[in-house]
Design a protein around this ligand. Structure first.
Ligand code: SF4
Length: 476
């Protein structure tokens, strides 16, 4: 067995087989970078293909489907939620539980926490980055970039983000480094950080071996791993000669396929051992009935926002941009790629809020009747569930002051935003969005078969208000 295959032994037993449970994978996402969600999307698809859960859905802090929406999307009342974060701290202990509607705040016990939210039994686990098997993922990344390392000549740097705001955020990196140190496969192992001491820029004085392998303990590929770290360290590629030493720089741990196995192991280790009784959520079922009726009742099909859904003469259903109906030159997009495909505008811009009036054109998706709901969700996440609740008069609306009061960290300043800045953010963003901001007192036209209510300000709007306040965007 070679070095790499030994290191990849992180295999879940499959004990979590649970046809009656929804698995939710949570990622950070980004308002700017469409690729930031790629790792979560791939792990979700890999778990889906294993067939261990009744369904697998993703949600993001900065993109849609959002953390605030995701539990309503769950088909089953039994839901396991796993944060796809590498470290434990402010996000996993405060922000994610708060946004999900959990009452828990603070460090999580090893088995995670269980709470009932909106009639669903939620099991919220610790993030995958704390799992001991992450050491194997680090080794696998090291072996990719430097397959022939010899322990006596090689130093390993596990590079975490770190933050002075949360002393716990460095612990997962530290623990992974400590386990690898004990493994004795490197002359030295250091846990260094981007935003904290010991800082990664000090690697020349903190390591002695002639070859240094740097493995970013990051959840996704992005601005830091692709730009700031190589620029700050003077790296020119995977292997760089610097000051008479060789620096090997790997891809981040979070995009490694083995992380899927770590996630499954984490669920198993949390003693979440199966529930095969498919206890469907009644609201979820009713929303599905609403869609089935809407797509089959009109002869010309159903329009939701800019999306057109119609029965296909060949059987099944055909989805495309409403302005592309009748075109024969459309490109076929498989259901599993539909979310990523419609996540960019025609100009290639990221669409973190999917109801922006920028749905790309030139594509179609052919799905069967059982897939129409998933296809609608891929294009416009959560709109069906929100429309259904709004139709019943049961969609909770959160006015701006409540959304502002719940913000923390760098966003806490939005509590002080004067009404004119919130109004400007609304003009900037909501006017380009298909949803109607009920949270700002606007009234929704009920004529549409699937109306698009916006019950609370999205994270993009909160971010816009913060930037207006800080002067990063000019107030006009
Ligand atoms: S806050 Fe405005 S931009 Fe954001 S989803 Fe709601 S309507 Fe759209």
């Amino acid at each position: 067995m070679d070095k790499t295959s030994q290191q990849l032994e992180v295999v879940s037993t499959g004990a979590t087989v649970s046809a009656g449970r929804t698995l939710v994978l949570l990622g950070h996402g980004s308002h700017l970078n469409a690729d930031s969600a790629q790792a979560v999307r791939r792990h979700a698809q890999a778990v889906r293909e294993r067939g261990l859960f009744g369904e697998v859905i993703e949600a993001y802090w900065k993109e849609e489907p959002s953390l605030r929406q995701v539990l309503r999307l769950a088909r089953f009342r039994d839901v396991t939620v796993v944060p796809l974060f590498v470290s434990e701290g402010y996000f996993t202990n405060q922000v994610l539980p708060r946004e999900l509607g959990l009452t828990w705040r603070g460090p999580l016990p090893p088995q995670g926490v269980r709470e009932v939210v909106g009639g669903r039994q939620i099991h919220y686990t610790r993030p995958y980055g704390i799992h001991p098997a992450m050491s194997n993922v680090i080794l696998a990344r090291a072996a990719e970039v430097y397959p022939d390392w010899t322990p006596q000549d090689t130093a390993l740097v596990v590079l975490g983000h770190g933050t002075g705001r949360d002393p716990h955020s460095r612990e997962a990196t530290q623990h992974a480094a400590e386990r690898l140190r004990q493994g004795g496969r490197f002359a030295e192992v250091q846990a260094l950080y981007l935003d904290q001491e010991p800082n990664v820029s000090d690697w020349p004085s903190l390591t002695r071996a002639p070859t240094v392998v740097i493995v970013p303990f990051f959840a996704s590929e992005g601005w830091h791993t692709l730009e700031t770290i190589p620029a700050d360290l003077g790296l020119t590629g995977p292997v760089t000669r610097l000051g008479g030493r060789t620096v090997c720089y790997s891809r981040p741990v979070g995009t490694h396929p083995t992380v899927t196995e770590v996630v499954l192991r984490l669920v198993e280790d949390s003693a979440d051992t199966g529930n095969t009784a498919a206890d469907l959520d009644p609201d979820w079922q009713a929303a599905g009935e609403m869609l089935a009726q809407a797509v089959t009742s009109g002869a010309g099909g159903l329009t939701v926002g800019e999306l057109h859904i119609a029965a296909s003469p060949e059987g099944g259903f055909h989805l495309c941009h409403q302005d592309d109906v009748g075109r024969a030159d459309l490109r076929a997009v498989p259901l599993q790629d539909l979310s990523a495909w419609t996540g960019r505008s025609d100009e290639g811009h990221h669409r973190p809020i999917r109801t922006g009036r920028t749905l790309p054109r030139g594509w179609f998706a052919a799905v069967d009747a059982a897939e129409v709901r998933a296809a609608l969700h891929a294009v416009y996440p959560a709109v069906l569930e929100q429309a259904h609740l709004w139709g019943l008069g049961q969609l909770p609306v959160t006015p701006w002051p409540e959304t502002a009061a719940r913000q923390s960290g760098r966003y806490a300043r939005v509590r002080r935003a004067p009404p004119e800045q919130v109004a400007q953010a609304r003009r900037d963003l909501c006017s380009a969005c298909l949803r109607t901001p009920l949270w700002a007192g606007e009234l929704l036209d009920a004529a549409a078969a699937v109306p698009l209510p916006c019950p609370e300000a999205c994270t993009l709007l909160v971010s816009q208000v913060r930037q207006l306040l800080s002067g990063e965007i000019a107030h006009v």
